[in-house]
Ligand binder design. Structure first.
Ligand SMILES: O=C(O)CCC(=O)C(=O)O
Ligand SMILES: [Fe+2]
Length: 359
């Protein structure tokens, strides 16, 4: 069975790796002036007071609330998730320290052209004519080799934090996944592979202060190719999710809160009833924003399909079975149209956050 890194390596995307040191620029270079689409400019939002649901994991109704949030938003924030605040601070500190290293040092840990782990621009950059105002560091498996390049003396300290974060997030991802499945009426016995193993990547993101934020884009609108993504953001806002009728809604950081996104594979597993959320990141002039995304998926070769319990005479399966490995290939080729490439029945679903309607 291929590992997650092999699965990514099989489907390379060609991202320009050399880019200027964003912290040193006084003006927005032409290569960063974002070309806005109709979707980017959907400003229906912000005054209608809608906000992403916040769910207390200690609430006895957590599963129901998660189900409702997944169905109506494809995203929620979770509190009382039992991840220690210290660990959240520690991982944030790893990001702060890493991204504040001199450019030449960070490039020592750059992603290789066909690799996915390491420092570089967002993988989705290759789908856009302009660059995004952000830098990232992806970790799959051990970050040891890269961290040794970055911090020849202290790499152990940073590796330990990543390992601890990874293990702790794995438990939370499992808990959230069970609650989500429960909300769909699926029991542990009915999704055997999930009990055994999941695969994950860790993505550190930095959005430096920007001299002309209105004309720049931190991270372009996308959905995640995961089952679930659990995101820790520092206290600087910038993440927005798209909701039909409301447009772009900012996910306000709450202390200790974690953002949970429905990814494309959960969208498929739920037969379209839990839509993967379209999201993006805006930048600002004043404060650097940092985020740490735990990208959780199935083992790369397990087939994901609409769960049989969610399929019946009146509910045909909307998607064919697909492995994460194969889906990453579709994403690398078709980006935001990847879901429609595995769709069986044409419908009114679009990437802008609707539940499915068969048409
Ligand atoms: O920085 C954020 O808030 C979002 C990051 C994200 O969407 C991703 O890494 O896939
Ligand atoms: Fe994302």
């Amino acid at each position: 069975m291929p590992s997650l890194s092999e699965a990514y390596r099989t489907h390379p995307v060609h991202v320009q790796h050399k880019h200027p040191d964003l912290n040193s620029l006084q003006e927005l270079p032409e290569s960063y002036t974002w070309t806005h689409t109709n979707l980017d400019d959907d400003h229906t939002s912000n005054n209608c007071g809608e906000s992403v649901p916040v769910i207390d994991l200690n609430d006895p109704n957590a599963s129901k609330m998660i189900g409702h949030a997944c169905k109506t938003w494809g995203v929620y924030q979770v509190v009382n998730h039992s991840i220690p605040m210290k660990l959240l601070h520690d991982i944030q500190r790893v990001g702060e320290t890493l991204f504040s290293l001199p450019s030449h040092q960070k490039h020592k840990a750059a992603r290789s052209p066909d690799g996915v782990s390491g420092y570089g621009l967002a993988r989705i950059s290759c789908f856009f004519p302009k660059l995004m105002w952000s830098e990232g560091f992806t970790i799959i498996g051990s970050p040891l080799d890269h961290f040794r390049q970055l911090w020849p003396q202290e790499y152990h300290k940073y590796c330990d934090i990543v390992t601890q974060y990874d293990e702790t997030m794995k438990k939370l991802a499992r808990k959230l996944m069970w609650l989500t499945l429960d909300s769909l009426g699926i029991t542990k016995e009915e999704l055997k592979w999930f009990g055994s193993k999941t695969c994950a990547a860790l993505q550190l993101n930095s959005y430096p202060t920007c001299p002309d934020p209105d004309r720049a884009m931190g991270l372009a609108a996308h959905t995640d190719s995961t089952l679930l993504t659990i995101l820790h953001q520092n206290n600087i806002s910038g993440l927005q999710v798209h909701r039909k009728g409301a447009g772009w809604v900012t996910v306000q950081p709450i202390s200790g809160g974690l953002v949970v996104n429905v990814g494309d594979l959960l969208h498929i597993l739920s037969n379209g009833s839990y839509p993967s959320v379209l999201h993006r990141v805006m930048v600002n002039r004043v404060q650097q924003r940092l985020s740490v995304a735990y990208l959780c998926g199935p083992p790369p070769n397990v087939e994901i399909c609409p769960h049989p319990k969610l399929v019946g005479p009146n509910q045909p399966p909307l998607y064919r079975a697909v492995t994460w490995n194969e889906y990453l290939g579709a994403k690398a080729k078709h980006f935001n149209k990847a879901l429609s490439t595995v769709r069986l029945i044409s419908g009114l679903f679009d990437v802008n956050n609707n539940t499915e309607q068969v048409g």
